[in-house]
Design a protein around this ligand. Structure first.
Ligand SMILES: Cc1ncc(COP(=O)(O)O)c(C=O)c1O
Length: 388
């Protein structure tokens, strides 16, 4: 007889394999990545030290790591290749931990940070009660222009002049359009703050150079999750060309933000990056095309899609006017978040094109009136992971 947990996990797998996922925060893993996640590495340790610990000079605190050391080195190499950066740190356990490392590496206690207001889709973790509280930082909101769903650049410069931040964090959880990095970079030079970018949501689009293509020229550090528009296992990454920031990052890993770093996850990320290396440009282009098409088609069908000065999106996300519909859609195995977003990252990885988006929009509209799960299941069966 099957054990209870295996049974539930199998049910979950079948359920998700027979649903269409439009969550902008998730993606789908290749079979190779899944095999690596379930490998022996999942219960092993490695702590590369290359230093003296308790009087003993050690390269790695643990034995048995000769293959993992090569995996880590190879993973860092691919990350640097994909993003074309001097440095890559691929061990952080999550986007949140990479955010913590980014702040620890670019601020001092009682320092000042500015980030996008959560009211306008900024990541809640940067607001006063969370990371600033535990890291003893002062926080101010970046002024936001709701009509264009972008930073209010004029007011931003005024706020910077008054608040004098040490670090400004760009990027958000609700992100549709790139920022004017040239302008922000000029302000950062004028008022000398460190400019960092939380690309948790747009990492896969950045990898393909189809979103914010000047990001590494105009910011000091880019970091975030590896599993939203970037189709890796859940985890975090930090990328920079700055020697001093990278040296700080390395000091903030072991025993400050983590001890073990889940070797299976790091190896799985290396495999996902191999896949991303081959397909980043085409995949990310498709994601953006699909989100623009889905938004336009749904809006034409009166579903209620938000637009900003006539534009829906340049990212993997689209914003919906009535988040309550999530329950009706889920009844038909169309999964979206219940806080107002849809994303085309996972369906693009499954190879959805224009015609498929039209069919999907049709199913979404029908799902408001009746349960169309049978139609959704048979439609979903046509697709397998495309970018391998
Ligand atoms: C902008 C942003 N930063 C950080 C995070 C945290 O990422 P993770 O869930 O990988 O810890 C999120 C989560 O959704 C996010 O949207």
């Amino acid at each position: 007889m099957k054990n209870k947990i295996i049974n539930l996990v199998e049910k979950h797998n079948i359920y998700r394999d027979n649903s269409i996922n439009l969550l902008p925060s998730e993606n789908i893993l290749s079979d190779k990545v899944k095999i690596i996640l379930g490998s022996d590495l999942a219960s092993r340790y490695s702590l590369s030290m290359n230093s003296e610990v308790h009087g003993i000079k050690v390269k790695n605190a643990y034995g048995g790591t000769k293959y993992f050391d090569s995996i880590l080195e190879y993973g860092e190499k691919i990350a640097k290749f994909i993003f074309n950066t001097k440095y890559a740190e691929i061990r952080p356990l999550s986007g949140h931990i990479s955010a913590m490392i980014a702040l620890l590496s670019t601020t001092k206690k009682n320092g000042k940070i500015m980030a996008i207001d959560p009211e306008f889709g900024g990541y809640d973790g940067y607001s006063s009660n969370y990371l600033p509280d535990i890291l003893s930082l002062n926080y101010a909101k970046i002024p936001f222009d709701q009509k264009n769903w972008n930073i209010d650049y004029e007011k931003f410069e005024e706020s910077v002049k008054k608040f004098r931040p040490n670090t400004v964090i760009l990027g958000a959880s609700y992100i549709l359009f790139p920022y004017n990095l040239k302008l922000i970079n000029e302000i950062s030079e004028k008022f000398s703050f460190t400019l960092i970018y939380d690309a948790s949501h747009v990492m896969g689009l950045v990898a393909g150079k189809n979103f914010q293509s000047d990001i590494f020229d105009r910011t000091d550090l880019v970091f975030g999750s590896t599993h939203k528009s970037f189709f890796g296992p859940q985890g975090g990454i930090l990328l920079t060309n700055n020697d001093e920031i990278f040296s700080n990052i390395e000091k903030n890993i072991v025993w400050r933000t983590m001890d073990n770093y889940h070797l299976n996850r790091v190896a799985a990320l290396a495999q996902a990056m191999e896949e991303m290396k081959r397909h980043a440009e085409n995949y990310s282009k498709k994601v953006i095309e699909n989100s623009e098409t889905l938004a336009r088609v749904l809006d034409e069908m009166n579903f209620g899609i938000k637009s900003f000065n006539g534009k829906y999106t340049n990212s993997h996300q689209i914003f919906i006017k009535n988040p309550e519909v999530c329950k009706k859609l889920e009844r038909s195995r169309l999964i979206i978040d219940c806080v107002g977003r849809m994303g085309t990252n996972e369906i693009s990885r499954l190879g959805f094109g224009k015609k498929d988006i039209n069919k999907l929009a049709d199913l979404i509209i029908q799902s408001l009136k009746k349960n169309v799960s049978e139609e959704v299941i048979s439609f979903r069966k046509r697709f397998k992971i495309h970018y391998l």
